[in-house]
Design a protein around this ligand. Structure first.
Ligand code: MG
Length: 374
């Protein structure tokens, strides 16, 4: 079997390092390029261990050839698979760039679908790129999807605030929220799990990936995170995808699809918890506000999605630095989304995506500055 070549964008993050881990355990894959930000130590370790020749990063490494931008790295390597795992809005440009140079996009950066879904999909069609989701819920749905789907359910853990008394919610500290009950992830996504902004983005991601209208995508809390997704078929069949929460499993699937090569922990029936709870409106107001904002059927949907993401990124940063309360995240997002929505009617091209993001960040920073000055 010929080796498949892989470039990992965002290699030092949570998904990136777990991808490296998976590739170390299954034969047939060769890492030909990596990109990273400031974490030169971890990147150097990966470069050495896997003898990676090409890289892109803020830090100069020993050995290997350094490139200045994602496009150059991909043009040189032309990999069979790009794992797109750059966290946050930075991952949008990286993902769009990847669409020109690979056959398969293993997509972990959900911001690419949230902020630029229609453009990513258009490039995939034009260039014949297969998109395989890495996000656990979407991987689950992807594995079960077929022609006669009626609707789907994706699950949430409920984050660290699931069992906190409602009147204590506003004053939770970053440390309290960073204790995620089931998944071990990066900081922003852990905060986004507590507000359920992450789940909102996953609903959008599912809407884009599976071309399903929003009313056909439901969300339930599964406290153990064992159930990842459910597909309801028109003939009455219900398919459930479950397994111990471990991102290496969907990462491996995105690499080896349509076959399976990865071996991992096999659960027992005792661990398999199918409890599904509704989402409480009072506990996750941002989720419900966001759902209204994205599912309103007008041309501004994508405008609001971009603004929502940018404002969330900025506000979460403020929260992590203890400059605002947990509840301040909601205030910021709502203010920015409403302001941007009144200024832009639609997203006409890719450059609009970046302009709206930049302006949303400016508005978020202005609002937060005023909020913290008082
Ligand atoms: Mg997920």
């Amino acid at each position: 079997m010929e080796e498949k070549t892989v470039v990992i964008l965002g290699v030092t993050g949570s998904i990136g390092t777990q991808t490296v881990d998976v590739i170390g355990k299954i034969p047939g894959f060769k890492i030909v390029g990596i990109s990273f930000g400031k974490n030169g130590t971890v990147a150097q370790g990966i470069l050495n261990k896997f003898q990676v020749r090409y890289y892109l990063g803020d830090v100069e490494l020993n050995n290997g050839t350094r490139f200045e931008c994602t496009k150059e790295l991909l043009e040189k390597t032309l990999p069979d698979i790009v794992v797109s795992a750059v966290p946050g809005f930075d991952g949008v440009r990286a993902t769009l760039d990847a669409m020109q140079y690979t056959k398969r996009l293993a997509l972990a950066t959900k911001e690419a679908m949230v902020c630029a879904g229609p453009f990513v999909k258009q490039l995939a069609r034009e260039n014949g790129v297969e998109i395989v989701p890495v996000d656990s819920e979407h991987s689950a749905i992807f594995q079960m999807y077929e022609s006669n789907v009626d609707h789907i359910v994706i699950t949430a853990s409920g984050g660290a605030v699931r069992d906190v008394p409602l009147d204590k919610m506003n004053n939770l500290s970053p440390e309290e929220i960073l204790k995620h009950p089931t998944w071990n992830m990066g900081k922003r996504i852990t905060i986004d799990s507590a507000t359920m902004v992450n789940k909102l983005f996953e609903v959008v991601e599912a809407h884009e990936l599976f071309d399903l209208p929003y009313e056909k995508i439901d969300v339930r809390i599964n406290p153990s995170s064992f159930v990842h997704g459910i597909v309801f078929l028109k003939d009455g069949t219900i398919k459930i995808h479950a397994g111990k929460p471990d991102m290496r499993v969907p990462i491996a699937y995105a690499l080896t699809y349509p076959s399976r090569q990865y071996e991992s922990y096999v659960s027992s029936v005792e661990e398999f918890d199918t409890c599904l709870l509704p989402i409480e409106k009072e506990r996750y107001p941002l989720f419900f506000y966001g759902l209204g904002v994205v599912s309103a059927r007008d041309k501004g949907e994508l405008v609001r999605r971009i603004a929502f993401n940018s404002a969330d990124e900025v506000a979460v940063e403020y929260f992590l630095e203890r400059k605002i309360s947990f509840g301040g995240i909601y205030q910021t997002i709502r203010t920015v989304v409403e302001k941007i929505d009144s200024e832009f009617s639609t997203v006409s091209n890719i450059e609009d995506v970046f302009n709206i993001d930049m302006l949303s960040r400016r508005y978020a920073n202005e609002f937060l500055k005023k909020l913290t000055d008082n």
